[in-house]
Design a protein around this ligand. Structure first.
Ligand SMILES: *Cc1c(COP(=O)(O)O)cnc(C)c1O
Length: 231
């Protein structure tokens, strides 16, 4: 399948998953996880209807951005972000999905202030409580949201999670459901600089499950671009 065909198929699956969950397909945003795909391939996906690209590595994002890879789409940062690379991401990526510690958020805030803008972020939740993954615990989220008011150049727009790798997509349901509950519970109380708009979860193997459980942003890579070849 070509990238155009795969993109069309993914968009169709998103629509079907939304409809069967009784939701408006327009409420679900597709983020194409475009790591390891060059500017030309990224452009093919955008021309086929991908509205947002998500990158994992700062250097790769800067390089591809200078080649015009993201023209016609929005750009998000979805990978683990090191504090010393924040400067290059703030203001370039419309949304940072992977805010996983207060020290990192503090650096993002400082950089956004310097640039005179407000940076949108998602709080990453380590929903599987895995040592190998970063992110806040679900229990930490209310306290973090309350603390965000200190950071006037940062705006929390929701939550993001990468559940444990599962053999079958349906095994991730409990994690997705827990994330949805966390999202709902933390949307009740209003905090300064916090808008619970987006719940980012679901990847190529399980985005339909994630949508069934309440995701409104899915990050899909290989189902659009094909398998990544790691050298
Ligand atoms: C690569 C990546 C994805 C997409 O993974 P696929 O399984 O290829 O769809 C989603 N989220 C993050 C954070 C990623 O790094």
């Amino acid at each position: 399948m070509s990238i155009a065909e795969s993109t069309a198929a993914v968009l169709k699956n998103i629509e079907a998953a939304a409809l069967s969950a009784g939701r408006d397909p327009h409420d679900i945003l597709l983020v194409a996880a475009s790591k390891m795909n060059d500017a030309e391939r990224v452009q093919q996906a955008i021309k086929a209807g991908v509205p947002i690209c998500g990158e994992n590595r700062v250097q790769e994002m800067l390089e591809k951005n200078s080649q015009g890879a993201y023209e016609g789409a929005k750009l998000h940062f979805i990978g683990h972000l090191q504090k010393n690379k924040v400067k290059q991401v703030v203001g370039l990526a419309e949304l940072i999905h992977s805010a996983d510690s207060i020290p990192l958020i503090s650096v993002i805030n400082k950089e956004a202030e310097k640039k005179g803008l407000v940076q949108d972020i998602l709080l990453e939740v380590n929903i599987g409580n895995e040592d190998s993954k970063s992110g806040f615990t679900p229990e930490e989220i209310p306290g973090i949201l309350a603390e965000i008011s200190k950071f006037s150049a940062v705006r929390v727009r929701g939550l993001m999670a990468i559940p444990p790798i599962c053999a079958v997509p349906s095994e991730n349901r409990p994690y997705f459901e827990r994330m949805k509950q966390l999202f709902v519970d933390n949307s009740v109380k209003k905090y300064d600089n916090v808008y619970m708009d987006f719940l980012s979860m679901g990847m190529s193997g399980d985005y339909q499950e994630a949508i069934a459980c309440g995701a409104n942003m899915v990050r899909v890579g290989s189902a659009i671009f094909g398998a990544r070849i790691y050298k």
